[in-house]
Design a protein around this ligand. Sequence first.
Ligand SMILES: Cc1ncc(COP(=O)(O)O)c(C=O)c1O
Length: 454
Amino acid sequence: MSSVAMPTSWRSVLPHLDEPLPPDRSPEATAASSDAGVSVNLPFALVRQSAPGREFWDIPAEVLDAYRTFRPTQLWRARRFEEAVGARVPIYVKYEGGNISGSHKLNTALAQAYYYAKAGVKELVTGTGAGQWGTALAAACSIFGLRCRVFMVGTSLQKKPYRGTLMRTLGATVHASPSDLTEVAARAGGGFNSLALAIGEAVEYAGRTEGAAFCIGSGETYSILHQSVIGLEAIEQLAELEAEVDSVVGCVGAGSNFGGLALPFFAEAAATGAECPRLVAAESSTTPKLTRGVYAYDKTDATGVSPMEAMYTIGSSYPIPDSHSAGLRFHGAAKVLSAMRHQNQITARAVGQVEALEAGQVFTRTEMVLPAPESGHALAVAARLASGRDDEDRPTRGVVACVSGHGYLDLSAYQQLMDGELSNEPPVEQSLLAAMDQLQPVQGLAIAGSGHAV
Ligand SMILES: Cc1ncc(COP(=O)(O)O)c(C=O)c1O
């Protein structure tokens, strides 16, 4: 058992970046967007946590109290997994699935619910893909006495009805998105299922509801800050094991578990002058923003009224095919990760769902932990790296990967894998180009050709 203590501060990477993040831009005021009447009322603490200046942020006592029920999380050397995948260097895993929400999302949900409750908000409204974020927010709202309303991507809710039941058990109201409650869903038409739309519905609903606020689980700079507890613990736990790693891997939806694990390594290296391990983002090949996208201004949701952010994106209008890793089905990467990608401070690999679930199955059999399909992407990349099967990067010391969640409510994905019913659907170039065509470049860069093929 590790004797490492839980961190009492979050650590921000912003003071260590060479350049400030590109500022958000306001969206064009279209008739469709202006009548949605959105008011974004972010608590001041979260605004401050998104700005550079301070590196360490005290975790409020009430949040620490709640963290104590599941942190520090376990980190271990996955020796049997290493053997099964032919690893030449050790693979360490940091497991974030051992809490009521089943994923890392609770780390920021608790912090956000705390700050919103303090700011006088009565109800939090959100969008969720796989459902882990909605579950985490429902749990956090229940702890801090807030009402919770979740718009969940409809196809995902159909596949995982128990996610909805769990959220309701925790006290939340759950709607399948597209719902019949919002203008944005009506405009999109019934068949369009995406996380951007679910988030758009939540933005619109919160904007017109007294005492309610929209909040979001990933992508925002403050949510990545809250997730830094993952990396801060991992650094201490690796030191306790006298282990060194030269690659740090996490899967990327918008980037919060990857950022949470990886960015404290970057900050620590920058602060001490030590060499930084390679920070490797594992994304879904169906949503390849970091490997095939462009660095451009894009929407974060489907309403078109939220600020446009500078991000690696495949275009918010790209119709992302359905997949079992609903948590990775987001068109863009967080702006802090995108800026770092642009500076070559992080790198990325795309993984198909078959490879991801196969890695998850091997992990289940060898380590007796059932990973979420999203986490399978990180394990697949860790296996590629550690076994010398990655063309660009051959770690010589070790790899640490985040297993961001458990897969008990994703067993249908494993069932389809075992029944041979799964395929990979990487986007065809033409449809990606069409979705990225209208985007505004960042810092005067030409859009065409600015994507990285990795
Ligand atoms: C288990 C799990 N892992 C990873 C992700 C991806 O999100 P993020 O990139 O914010 O970590 C999700 C999102 O729902 C998730 O549920």
